[in-house]
Design a protein around this ligand. Structure first.
Ligand SMILES: Nc1ncnc2c1ncn2[C@@H]1O[C@H](COP(=O)(O)OP(=O)(O)O)[C@@H](O)[C@H]1O
Ligand SMILES: [Mg+2]
Length: 327
């Protein structure tokens, strides 16, 4: 390989949530990087991540993390502080995408339809009857900041509502309650600000639950079984959704496409699953991009939010200035 093979690439996996998927994603990425001729260090992300990165002498971090810490901007913040470029979205884009309540506000500001709903912090369970108002049933209750359908419940009755919210709050302290939108599940893969392709996922359940997601109970339709003009509109919406949060790199945007009525954005995934059988690589393959090529493209996009700040000259302070600052 060229130049790049002299850089040491740390593949960050494991971490603070959705570890099993993350380890699979990490291993698949590490193997692809090695096949491309790179030096790879497989790094288990945990509370001593700064030491781990320093000891491994990593030049670039390839993030294979999912969920809390790894996908929500915190690990990105650590890498910014350490001056290590990393793959995927920056601190703000990651944080906004992970917080579904905030992300939905931004989608609305950009005229993107998203299911009607509300956010409940664990401390406000008593306000649920007022907050729910005429939202009706069925509704979907999910953690406001989590992924992989963990802690998600399809709620049919008022009696089921509070227990479902309490369960969702166990994953991060806030629940998002949304009107259930019946329709096809469609996901758009975006790479470096351009649509790679769009796929429909069908399954037998009412929601795409964790088991179906990972145990192979899903069927994939590439392209989706909806008219091409509608797919084009969904793809435009996906680009707007990713831009509205300031995301970069590989991003997957999830939609529900009802038979009648507007398609709605559910969420933007800033570190989509990247095992060989995950959705993003499937879409990439249909677009003519092999898994190894996809991993290489993502690596090429590794960056830091504050790259321009590092280039700024440092100003030496005089002793008087330091004292004035400290007081
Ligand atoms: N408002 C909704 N209406 C219908 N189905 C939903 C709704 N919200 C979530 N789902 C179902 O739950 C799955 C996971 O929801 P999503 O918001 O994408 O969270 P995550 O993938 O981060 O767990 C979706 O793929 C879909 O099957
Ligand atoms: Mg999703």
């Amino acid at each position: 390989m060229t130049q790049q093979s002299s850089r040491r690439i740390g593949v960050l996996m494991g971490g603070w949530g959705e570890d099993e998927v993350s380890m699979k994603t990490g291993e698949a990425i590490a193997l692809a990087l090695e096949a491309n001729g790179h030096q790879v260090a497989r790094l288990f992300a945990g509370n001593a991540l700064d030491t781990t990165l320093r000891e491994a002498g990593v030049d670039v971090a390839f993030l294979a993390l999912h969920g809390r810490m790894g996908e929500d901007g915190r690990v990105q913040g650590l890498l910014e502080v350490m001056g290590i470029p990393y793959t995927g979205s920056g601190v703000l884009g990651s944080a906004l995408a992970m917080n579904k309540g905030f992300a939905k506000k931004l989608f609305r500001q950009h005229n993107l339809a998203t299911p009607t709903g509300y956010v409940v912090p664990a401390s406000k369970l008593k306000d649920v009857p007022t907050l729910h108002a005429d939202l009706g049933f069925p509704c979907v209750v999910k953690p406001a900041s989590s992924g992989s359908s963990v802690g998600l419940t399809l709620v049919h009755t008022r009696e089921q509502l509070e227990p479902a919210i309490a369960l969702a709050c166990r994953f991060g302290g806030e629940a998002l309650v949304e009107r259930f939108v019946k329709g096809r599940e469609v996901t758009v893969a975006i790479l470096d600000g351009e649509v790679l392709g769009t796929c429909e996922v069908s399954h037998d359940g009412s929601v795409f639950d964790t088991q179906t997601k990972y145990d192979g109970g899903a069927r994939y339709h590439l392209p989706p079984r909806v008219p091409a003009t509608r797919v084009a509109n969904i793809e435009q919406m996906a680009l707007t959704a990713a831009r509205s949060l300031g995301c970069r790199g590989a991003v997957r945007v999830d939609f529900i496409v009802p038979e009648i009525g507007n398609e709605v954005v559910l969420e933007v995934n800033t570190l989509p699953g990247m095992t060989r059988t995950s959705l993003f690589p499937k879409i990439a393959k249909a677009a003519g991009l092999s898994f190894e090529d996809l991993v290489e493209r993502i690596l090429e996009g590794a960056a830091m939010d504050g790259a321009h700040l590092h280039a700024a000259p440092t100003v030496e302070r005089t002793e008087t200035q330091v004292e004035a600052h400290a007081s």
